[in-house]
Structure formats: C-alpha cells, structure tokens
Write a protein that binds this ligand. Structure first.
Ligand code: ADP
Length: 606
C-alpha cells in the first residue's frame, strides 16, 4: 500500500487543478498577457502600413481643423504616389466643409478603388446600406472596424486585445485588404489563432510598441512634403490625434491606464497582424488543465516531502522556468500559454498543504521527543544498575584477593597444583577488578562526569610504573618492551587518570600482539606538547573500523573473532581522560602490521 498516499495526494492535486481551471481569471491572465506583449521585442514590421495624422500642431499650422477641401488635397497628394490602399479612420461625418469641397473629396475618393472609411458600427446581414454617408459622400465604401473592448472575454478592463476578422460569414476590412498582400489570410482556415466568439471569428492581435508605424503629418502631406517610400504600395491610414474626443483613443496592452493609443494606430496594428498573419494562438483548454494538474501534483509533493527551503527553491524555479518558457513561446511562436491557472494552482496547493505538513511534522517531533525521553530514562537506569552492581561486586572480590594473598604468603608448604590454582585465582580476581573499575569509571562519566585532581607530574615516571606492572603479562607472551623516553618537563595531570590512559594503551598492545614481538613506548616534547606513543607489531585494526574504535562498546571485527577478551570501553575512557586534559589521541594502523597510538598533551594547560 506504499503507493496509496502518493496516489491520494496526486488525486487531490488533480481535483484542485480541475476546479481552478473552471475559474475565469481574466484579470490575472490579462496582466500576464499584457506583460508578455509589452516586454517581448517587437516583431519586424511588414513595412506595408503608414499613418497620416491630424494633431494639435496640424490645427495650429493650418489655422483650424482641416476641412474637406484640405482633405481632398491631402488625398490627391497621397493617391498621386500610388498607395496600396487609403483607409480613413477620421470620422467623415464630423469633418466640415462646403458642398463643393465635399464633392471634390468624394470625386477624389472615387478615383481609388481601394479607398475605405472604417467606422465603429457593425453591419449585420440584411442591413446592407445601413452604414451609408449622406450625399455627396454616399458612394464612399464604409467598413466596420470596431474596437473589441466589449467588456467580455479578456476585455473587461476596457483594453483592446482582439480584432474582428469575420462576422456572420463576412470578412472585415482588415483581412480583406491584407488578403491581397498575404494570400494566407484569404481563407479562415489558414488564419493563425482564430477564435470563435459569439457570431464572429476573432484574433488576438500582435500589438507593436506605440509609435512603431511611420507617421506623416497631415499639413506636410497637404503641401506635398512627403516621402514617396512611405506611401507607395502601403496601406495609408488617415486619422486624428487631437486629444479631444475619447472616441479617437483605445487602451492596449501597452497602455492599460494612461497613454492611450490612437484608434488609427490600433487599425494599423490590425492590418499588420493580418498582413503578417501573426495572431496569437491560445493554448487549448485541455492543455491548460494538463499543465495545471502537473504543477499541482509537483507542488503538493514538494510541500509534503521536501525541506521548506528546498521546496520553495524548487517551486520558485519551476514557476520562473514556466514563465520564461511561456514568454519565449509568446515571442517566437505566437503561442499564448495560460499562466494564471498554473500559478494559482501553485499558490493554493502550497497554502493548503503547509498547515497539513506542519501538523505531520509536529506529531513526528512529539513522538520523537517521547521516544527520546524513554531512551534517556532507560539509559540512566542501565548506567545506575551497572554502577550499583559493579560496586557491590568489588567488595567480595577484594576479599577473595586478600584471602588468596594470605594463603600464598603462608609458611605452610603448598603442593604445586595448589599453588597453580591459587595463582589462577589471583590473576582472575585482578582481571575482574580491572574490568569492574572500567565499568565503574564509565558509569561515573555517564552519570556525573569526572573531576580532575591535577598534580605536577613527570609522565615518564607514570609510564615506567605502568610498564613495570605489565612486565609479567608481557613476559608470559615473550613480548619485549622497548622504552625510548626523552627527559620531560613536569606537567599538571591527574596521575590516576593518566595511569589508566597508559595502562589501557599498553595492555591493549600486549593483548593484541603475537608472541615474541616488540612494543615500543616513547615520549618526547615537540611544539609545546608532550607526545607519548605506544607502537606494537600486533594484529592491527581494519581500515573501516579505525574511525569507530574510540566509541563506547566498540570492538573491531578481528578482535571480536579472536580469543582476546575485552569490553570495548578502554579506548572510550582513554580518549575521554585525554580530552579532559585538553589533549588529543590518534591511531595509525595497518592490519597484520601493528598499531601506533599517539597521545598529545599540552605543556601549558591554559
Ligand atoms: P577492548 O576491551 O575490546 O580492548 P578497547 O576500547 O580498549 O576495548 O579497544 C577497542 C577496540 O580497538 C578493540 O576491541 C580492538 O578491536 C581495537 N584495538 C585497541 N587497541 C588495539 C591494538 N593495540 N591493536 C589492535 N587492535 C586494537
């Protein structure tokens, strides 16, 4: 059932993802959408669109807003340079002028089969002729080109992001004209990023940075001061930038709150999107669902299984990587990945599961605490028990030892088997006493620690005494002690503890050495330290065990399998005592060759 929890977690994540995907997150998504639009480098322009603008300076230069007479003149100048098409965005109904001027303008427009006037109104099927201007302008073809800030999908904030391509099976002006430049947009099937909305087909436009299209001044055009390259074969849009009428401006992804873009520039963007066929391709819903699901599963697992910092780093880099990929896809392949749902999924899954994780962690640490408490209590009991028992054993042992001595020293002759038996009893009691002393020391360290009783001592003297005590043991195994003791300064040490340190090392050397070998015991002073070494030619210690031999109750593999007895406490106590003196102990050893233990003690203790 190991898979059950991960499976349940994943299922939960998928359910959360599913519900998140049902939410309309237009506000968040439009923010991500606009940032991508605004921060991607602009696409190279088709160079087929130009603007002729009437602005405040034009009014100043011409002594008033241009009337139909001037418009007719401007149109003449433009049309003389063979534009691909002329599209009037300025509201022709609002332009003033005498009947003659109007007729003059109308006749100028009739000379160009590709002259259009775009209006915001939509002509439905069966309504043809609705969008007609009054005479004498009645023959000017009117085309609808409404802005799409229709308060609906991704446009609630009044920002224009979409354009109409086809309404009730009729193509709008933009794809119609662009289709003559780029044949791809003549058929609906090959228009990139087409979406069905209500009764229409629409496209999310690729906006250029404001000011990207070449802009000519109306007054310059009237005076014939215009660059022919900016007119020839181009769609020339004539519009207003008078900053008077709200109608003339729109919000775009580049200008969400201030800095409106003119309606004329919006139309330029519509033409450009169609000419380049660069409408944005929205990711299908199932892919959004899949990505949100995967991200939710990842978040849930990261929150529940990883350490918090690592989790945040992984989630942060996933979110960042995801945003980066979506940015690149947007820029290079015109693909628009939904970011709001996956990001919301990360956020919700994270905050939903953090409390759960905290509860689990809390329970774990409580259990751990309880277990630890129990273990400490057991450990204390064990130490106390060992201490008590060893202490109680010491007295009868001392008695046996004493009695044996009395019998040995008795003048009555003993038979040789009796003497041998007595020797054995004496030796065993000594061994047992030593063992119990070790255990008692251990119990003391564990319960209350050891207090140092420092005296100024020549360590060589202690060494010689320990060697002397072990000589009998060494002789039995024909082991020879070689002493190389340099004269030493006396240093403050606890003589009892030092005796135990050296005894442990020298006894071990004897215990773990074969017969007829040598043990070198040396002392020296170097770099403000007294250095004592005990080197044997014994069985050595396997490399894997070297790091553990100073741990309590540890015995190396080869020692365990040999006949040599031991508690595994000697070196633990040795290191403890050496460190109490601010010293250090090291070992070097190679199996079969021997071991060298080095004790370093500072000459000055502080
Ligand atoms: P023990 O009572 O088992 O000797 P110690 O704590 O004194 O316990 O030593 C721990 C272990 O270190 C020993 O069991 C043995 O495996 C290894 N050891 C210690 N001294 C030597 C040595 N001189 N030569 C080989 N192994 C040694």
């Amino acid at each position: 059932m190991k898979w059950l929890w991960p499976a349940l977690r994943s299922l939960f994540a998928v359910v959360v993802a599913f519900f998140i995907c049902q939410l309309h997150l237009d506000y968040i998504e439009s923010f991500f959408y606009d940032s991508r639009m605004a921060y991607t480098p602009g696409k190279t322009l088709s160079n087929r669109v130009s603007l002729v603008m009437v602005d405040a300076k034009t009014v100043e230069a011409l002594g008033g807003t241009p009337k139909f007479g001037l418009h007719a003149e401007a149109l003449r100048q433009i049309q003389a340079l063979k534009p691909f098409a002329v599209v009037y965005v300025s509201n022709l109904k609002a332009i003033e002028g005498s009947a003659t001027e109007k007729s003059e303008f109308a006749s100028e427009t009739s000379k160009n089969p590709r002259f259009y006037h775009v209006v915001d109104d939509l002509e439905m099927k069966g309504e043809s002729g609705k969008l007609r201007l009054p005479a004498p302008l009645e023959n000017i073809p009117l085309s609808s080109g409404p802005k799409t800030a229709d308060s609906k999908i991704l446009a609630k904030d009044g920002v224009t992001r979409r354009m109409l391509v086809n309404y009730q099976d009729q193509f709008m002006l933009h794809p119609h004209l662009a289709g003559e430049i780029n044949t791809e947009v003549r058929t609906l099937d090959s228009i990139q990023g087409l979406v069905d909305l209500y009764d229409s087909k629409q496209v999310y436009m690729r906006f250029q940075k404001p000011g990207s299209f070449p802009r000519l001044r109306f007054e310059d055009v009237v005076q014939g001061k215009l660059d022919p390259n900016l007119i020839k074969d181009r769609i020339v849009l004539v519009g207003d930038d008078l900053q008077i009428s709200h109608e003339d401006y729109v919000y775009t992804p580049f200008s969400r709150s201030d800095n409106f873009v003119t309606r004329t520039e919006m139309h330029a963007n519509m033409f450009e999107t169609m000419i380049e066929n660069s409408g944005l391709r929205k990711m299908p819903f199932w892919l959004t669902l899949l990505l949100t699901g995967l991200i939710s599963i990842l978040t849930v697992h990261v929150v529940l299984l990883l350490k918090p910092l690592k989790g945040i780093l992984i989630l942060g880099s996933t979110a960042f990587g995801f945003a980066l990929v979506s940015y690149l896809l947007f820029w290079i392949f015109d693909v628009w990945i939904d970011l709001s749902h996956p990001f919301l999924a990360i956020f919700l899954c994270y905050y939903f599961f953090i409390p759960y994780r905290l509860i689990v962690e809390n329970r774990k640490s409580w259990e751990y605490f309880q277990k630890n408490k129990l273990l400490t209590e057991v450990e204390e009991l064990k130490t106390n028990f060992i201490g008590m028992m060893s202490h109680d054993l010491k007295t009868p042992l001392a008695r046996i030892h004493g009695m044996t001595e009395i019998i040995v020293k008795d003048t009555n002759p003993l038979t040789s088997p009796q003497r041998e038996a007595l020797d054995m009893i004496k030796q065993s009691t000594e061994d047992l006493t030593k063992f119990i002393t070790t255990i008692l020391n251990y119990a003391k360290i564990e319960s209350q620690g050891v207090v140092l009783h420092l005296q100024s001592q020549d360590l060589n003297e202690i060494l010689k005494e320990v060697v002397r005590k072990n000589e009998f043991l060494a002789r039995v195994k024909h082991i020879q002690f070689v002493l190389e003791l340099e004269p030493l300064f006396s240093i403050p040490v606890d003589p009892n503890l030092m005796k135990q340190v050296f005894s442990n090392l020298i006894e071990n050397a004897v215990k773990y050495s074969p017969e007829d070998s040598k043990i070198l015991i040396s002392s020296d002073e170097k770099d403000g330290k007294v250095i004592i070494q005990v080197a044997d030619q014994g069985m050595g210690i396997p490399e894997d065990d070297l790091g553990h031999i100073f741990m309590k109750f540890f015995r190396s593999r080869n020692a365990k399998f040999s006949s040599v007895k031991g508690s595994g406490l000697g070196l633990y106590l040795t290191r403890y005592f050496v460190e109490l003196h601010n010293g250090q102990i090291f070992v070097e050893s190679s199996p079969g060759q021997g071991s060298t233990f080095t004790v370093e003690l500072p000459i000055k203790t502080n």
